[in-house]
Design a protein around this ligand. Structure first.
Ligand code: GLN
Length: 529
């Protein structure tokens, strides 16, 4: 919706409201909740903010992400400072007041024509009640021409009877109405497009005009959604509701046109990329990586398929089975925490390095790649990462100096957008084509510069670092076709029409690798006659 409104030249920002009492997403396990996204200002937030940034092509900040914890902290801090002047502090008006204040602050910040506010969770949850109440109050205070409600529901498909069920939607609309909110629009998530019968039913039971019952079926790419909504004239309906002028004859190009053309092209070449990590069971933990790969597909004209590898099965003794990596054209070792699976990841780094397979290390992947190089090339046999082995006598990766005095967990890492100086003449410079890039960080450990000389002497190049050259941020091995790793998370800044350069070049290297493998295969086939 945000993308679509922006497509029609409105200025738009998006807010996510989450009902949990965490101040931010920094302490939440990605295995339970999906990836922790990081904004430029260092806010650790829900992965939806990553989707917003990619769709709005904009950098968001802490005011785009509101948790119940954040609101309660503001209210309780005010109470302790005596700002309520002897009044009892209540959910209405104090908690709802802070929520409305933050929404209005965001609207003024742009200023934006539209702020799309997403309330997480399900209607009826105790957790998001105050957000829905704040929304109701907003309508009362700002008037019908300035506030509209769009309700997202699930329309299940019953396989055995072959019909879509409107019942859950009818019930949740009722629940919303009981809370004083009449939805102006219902967006129905479903496996397949909404049938007319179900659309009419939802319209009748929910008191919603039929053209405002929107079908949002599953798609093979999330980037097809704006066009899908556009065909149902969603922007026009929003503009009508909010009394905004939208020219009738508008550019006929649909949003994300070239993406959709790419996706629909037949017989595209597919390349397989392996990703190691302990969250392999929950793909949502790696959603930005999957997006960054998808963004890179466009230029290379390939489809990337990810193969997941759980490294906790691999150890010092468990050899890497060449078969497991058959048909693989690249290996990613992504970010992570803790020692579980670390040795296995190091084995995969080694496999990529020794076999000339394109490699991309992200944050933890950077750190473990340095450990691997120190051990197997520089002869520092016992080299390790102090997160894996706190007492190692060869700590090539250790705690950042300012992390040593910290005790708390939330919001204490080195976080957010930081400058990366890129060294001319390196592969990294070839990727970026510029000397400075702002990249996003989320880490506690870094490369220990005591080992810089010995590691560089053996052929590893640090091609990106802080402008004061103190913290190493990109590494590469120039003799390898593509072996690069970054202390930051390039996946967090990748956008649909400008993939992050490290991902873009990695996918290119993987494509070349797979073409080369094909040529060798064909040649062998010819020789064998
Ligand atoms: N655990 C590592 C650190 O804290 C890497 C973090 C990450 O991959 N985001 O430095």
């Amino acid at each position: 919706l945000g993308h679509l409104l922006k497509h029609y030249n409105f200025t738009v920002s998006q807010i996510k409201m989450d009902g949990y009492l965490n101040i931010d997403a920094g302490t939440i396990n990605p295995y339970r909740h999906g990836e922790v996204f990081v904004l430029n200002d260092g806010t650790e937030c829900d992965m939806d903010l990553g989707t917003y940034e990619r769709f709005l092509d904009d950098n968001l900040n802490e005011y785009n992400y509101i948790t119940a914890g954040k609101i309660y902290r503001i209210v309780l801090d005010k109470e302790r400072r005596g700002e309520y002047l002897g009044r009892d502090v209540q959910v209405i008006p104090h908690v709802t007041g802070e929520i409305k204040y933050l929404i209005r602050t965001k609207a003024h910040e742009g200023p934006y024509d539209v702020v799309v506010v997403e309330v997480g969770g399900t209607v009826g949850d105790l957790e998001n009640m105050h957000f829905i109440e704040a929304a109701r109050e907003m309508l009362h205070e700002e008037g019908r021409d300035n506030v509209m409600f769009s309700h997202v529901t699930q329309v299940p498909y019953n396989e055995s009877t072959g019909e879509q069920k409107s019942k859950p939607t009818q019930h949740s609309v009722r629940t919303l109405q009981q809370l004083g909110v009449q939805p102006d629009m219902v967006v129905c998530r479903s496996e397949r497009a909404l049938t007319d019968k179900v659309r009419q039913k939802i319209s009748l039971y929910g008191t919603i005009p039929e053209q405002h019952v929107i079908s949002s079926p599953d798609t093979d790419s999330i980037y097809k959604l704006p066009t899908l909504l556009d065909k149902q004239r969603v922007a026009q309906s929003v503009a009508e509701s909010l009394k905004m002028y939208l020219p009738q004859s508008f550019d006929t190009a649909r949003p994300f046109d070239s993406y959709i053309k790419h996706i629909s092209r037949r017989n595209k070449k597919t390349i397989h990329i392996a990703i190691t990590g302990k969250y392999t069971a929950l793909h949502d933990s790696y959603v930005s990586i999957m997006n960054a790969l998808e963004h890179s597909e466009l230029r290379e004209k390939v489809t990337v398929k990810l193969d997941w590898i759980d490294t906790s099965e691999y150890s010092d003794t468990h050899p890497i089975d060449g078969k497991a990596l058959e048909g693989i054209s690249g290996i990613i070792v992504p970010g992570g925490f803790g020692e579980r699976g670390a040795e296995g990841k190091i084995r995969f780094v080694q496999h990529a390095r020794e076999n000339g397979i394109p490699f991309l290390g992200l944050c933890y992947g950077f750190q473990l790649a340095v450990v691997e190089f120190a051990r197997n090339i520089c002869g520092l046999d016992r080299a390790n990462h102090t997160e894996v082995e706190p007492d190692t006598d060869t700590p090539v990766i250790y705690l950042l100096p300012d992390q040593r005095k910290l005790s708390g967990m939330g919001g204490t890492m080195r976080l957010g957008g930081q400058d990366v100086k890129i060294i001319r003449g390196t592969q990294a410079f070839g990727c970026y084509q510029k000397e400075l890039s702002v990249e996003r960080f989320r880490h506690r450990y870094e490369f220990n510069n005591e080992y810089k000389e010995v590691i560089e002497k053996h052929g590893l190049v640090f091609s990106g670092m802080t402008p004061d050259e103190d913290i190493m941020q990109i590494m590469e091995i120039p003799t390898h076709p593509f072996f690069m790793a970054s202390q930051f998370h390039p996946e967090l800044t990748s956008r649909p029409y400008h993939a992050n350069p490290l991902f873009q070049e990695f996918v290119k290297a993987a494509r070349l690798y797979s073409e080369n493998a094909e040529t060798v295969h064909n040649k062998e086939a010819v020789e064998l006659g």
